[in-house]
Design a protein around this ligand. Structure first.
Ligand code: COA
Ligand code: AMP
Length: 635
């Protein structure tokens, strides 16, 4: 049966140029494109080639010039600093961004230069990103929960001319000083940025290095605002590093033009948002959700967006989200299911909701991990609004599958993020690249070309882009998610096919953690898998086999590897548990049986691998997991 979703979906697949060419009319271009979809260098597709534009202009100046300068653009709310609140209108935000672009320009930053932004959830993080976009510089935001070493890896890959940071972030009630982390990262890195711009916050004062470090506030008082610099639609807007299958992160590269077109389109058609609505993505600017739906999409669409420096619980209680909704009349909320699990755990009856006026809320969108049916039903019942699970990745930049609330909402099926969104030709493939039947599990893949705003390539790593995403299934993008499609076209995302785990909506590589554990002098071999966790979805769990003759206690070594992961990757890895076992289960050819270990952890049936060298070791793994407290899910 035809409906608006189906019509739009069909057109987007049959006539992508017509579809996205029409969507692009919502954006102001300095020069129009020569081609909507440029396939001249397949599989490196480009959208809107030949066009010139500026993303910051479309996010800010355009609204001011259209007479909407006095409407709210950005709301900053910070329970962790004693309730600091600040609202920026579009005019005010444009002026701040233009001034900060002036600061960056004064440090020598210009079109094409990279700028790393290592900031907590404060308005200045968005201001720094938009200022880069204004100059045509390429930002790379690094999540605050990563350690100095991870920051150093990103500095060496992106080679930034400047780094923007703050003196500290605040995690509930802990002050995390950023400057020592930054200084140590720059020391570790081979590449040295010319300048660092530091925002001094009241909670910590950063010591400054003469000649390199520049004070944000001081610099803002002496510069002239910078104008928007025209860039090609195909020029990079940002690099966002995400976990790959090794400790080396992948620098996902996104353009200016296609990014704007797809995000603007998604606001009306997926989220059913209207200009002037208050749209809150309770995530972090360090993640793709923060890039797309805290900073760019709401502003491109003329909404008010929200920067919340707090947690769903503990700042001060499980009513924090409801306070935000009632205080700012939030219309659309977007967060990760783990945030709702945290709220539900503290206030299972949702009693705190009654203290607030929730009448503005129209819908709740969840992503980052599968929405478990319990959380879905709880949110539906307690909030009384549509709850939409939607599936996407850092690489795609926006939802591959979602109920499109602005087109034609479908009935929700728990456990499914609904159907492919327009633009995404999703196929479920077997190992030979053939489509499987409805209901059969396979590799979820997207037929090329992907729609605008999906990654262009990996920064400085075209070959890795091809080998990581495009080689296994020729003609398709490999999502590395496995799952199936039902007879109604609903998708079910079941598991990653690589070593990525999802911890509280944060994407982490177990391979990266194994690299850290393996560096411990007493560890002969190790494996890390993700075990089910009721709050965070998954948490990492390590197995260590020690060198012969080690006399120190297991507890000492475990404490040391836990500290090493925190130090090398960061607290966000949430690596807190490991056990020492005699040896790891392996095939006779020496391959560690991680898949079997994962099945034991997930309490799934597994076949005894025919090539296993020592079957008894699997019983030891099971016991170790149970005695470490992962037995509740095992009954
Ligand atoms: N800077 C510094 N440290 C950070 C940090 C940041 N930006 N973000 C997290 N951390 C630290 C935390 O303080 C914690 O440290 P600890 O081990 O000393 O306690 C550790 O990293 C793990 O953090 P987190 O996974 O966030 O766990 P939590 O127990 O503090 O909070 C939730 C749990 C569920 C409340 C929280 O993870 C949450 O709100 N998640 C939403 C996730 C989200 O928005 N994901 C984005 C995708 S949409
Ligand atoms: P990230 O790149 O951090 O956004 O993580 C992307 C990965 O998170 C996906 O490949 C999925 O494995 C998982 N993911 C994100 N959203 C969903 C969802 N709605 N349902 C199931 N898995 C999801």
């Amino acid at each position: 049966m035809s409906n608006r979703y189906q019509e739009e979906y069909d057109r987007s697949i049959q006539d992508p140029e017509g579809f996205w060419g029409d969507a692009a009319k919502e954006i102001d271009w300095i020069k129009p494109w020569d081609k909507v979809l440029d396939s001249s260098n397949k599989p490196f597709y480009r959208w809107f080639s030949g066009a010139q534009c500026n993303t910051c202009y479309n996010a800010l100046d355009r609204h001011v010039e259209a007479g909407r300068g006095d409407t709210t653009a950005l709301i900053y709310d910070s329970p962790v600093t004693g309730g600091t609140k600040k609202t920026y209108t579009y005019s005010e935000l444009r002026d701040e961004v233009a001034l900060f672009a002036g600061v960056l320009a004064a440090q020598g930053v210009s079109k094409g230069d990279r700028v790393i932004v290592y900031m907590p959830m404060i308005a200045e993080a968005a201001i720094a990103m938009l200022a880069c976009a204004r100059l045509g510089a390429v930002h790379s935001v690094v999540f605050g929960g990563f350690a100095a070493n991870e920051l150093a890896v990103r500095i060496d890959d992106a080679k930034p001319k400047a780094i923007v940071t703050a003196s500290c972030g605040i995690e509930t009630n802990k002050v995390i000083e950023y400057k020592p982390l930054l200084d140590s990262a720059i020391e570790i890195a081979k590449h040295k940025p010319e300048h660092c711009v530091i925002l001094q916050r009241a909670q910590a004062t950063a010591s400054m290095i003469d000649g390199r470090d520049v004070d944000w506030t001081g610099a803002m008082s002496t510069v002239q605002p910078a104008e928007c610099v025209p860039v090609m639609a195909t020029d990079p807007l940002y690099i966002l590093y995400t976990s790959g299958t090794t400790g080396e992160p992948k620098g996902v590269m996104r353009d200016n033009g296609g990014h704007m077109v797809a995000l603007k389109w998604s606001m009306s058609n997926i989220y059913d948002a209207k200009p002037g609505d208050v749209y809150w993505a309770a995530s972090d600017v360090g993640w793709v959700v923060g890039h797309s739906y805290i900073v760019y999409a709401p502003l491109l669409h003329g909404c008010a967006t929200v920067m919340y420096e707090g947690k769903p619980v503990g700042t001060p209680d499980a009513g924090a989200f409801w306070r935000m909704i009632s205080e700012y009349k939030i219309n659309i909320l977007f967060t990760a299911p783990t945030a709702f699990r945290a709220i539900k755990r503290e206030d299972p009856e949702g009693i705190l909701i009654a203290d607030y006026d929730m009448s503005s809320l129209k819908s709740l969108f969840l992503a980052g991990e599968r929405t478990d049916p319990d959380t879905l039903h709880w949110a539906q019942e307690k909030l009384g609004v549509p709850v939409i699970d939607h599936w996407w990745q850092t690489e795609t930049g926006w939802a591959i599958a979602s109920n499109c609330m602005g087109l034609h909402p479908f009935p929700v099926k728990p456990g499914s993020p609904s159907k492919a969104a327009p633009g995404w030709d999703v196929r479920i493939l077997d190992d030979d690249c053939n489509e499987v039947s409805d209901g059969d599990i396979g590799a979820i893949s997207v037929k090329l070309p992907m729609p605008p705003s999906s990654l262009l390539t990996l920064w400085n790593a075209d070959e890795r882009y091809l080998s990581a995403y495009l080689e296994d299934y020729p003609g398709y993008y490999k999502t590395s998610d496995a799952g199936y499609k039902d007879e109604d076209g609903y998708l079910y995302i079941m598991a990653r096919t690589d070593d990525i785990i999802n911890v509280a909506g944060h994407r982490l590589s177990t391979g990266g953690m194994e690299e850290v554990l393996a560096a411990h002098p007493d560890v002969a071999e190790c494996a890390v898998i993700g075990v089910a966790d009721q709050l965070k979805g998954q948490v990492p769990f390590g197995f260590l086999a020690l060198n012969a003759g080690v006399e120190r206690t297991d507890a000492e070594i475990i404490a040391e590897v836990v500290a090493m992961v925190r130090d090398k990757i960061g607290p966000v890895a949430a690596f807190k548990s490991a056990v020492v076992i005699k040896r790891l289960p392996k095939t006779r050819s020496g391959k560690i049986l991680r898949g079997t270990m994962q099945k034991i952890a997930d309490c799934e049936d597994y076949k005894m691998p025919a090539t296993i060298d020592d079957p008894a070791i699997l019983g030891e793994i099971d016991e170790a997991l149970q005695s470490a407290g992962y037995s509740s899910a095992r009954t």
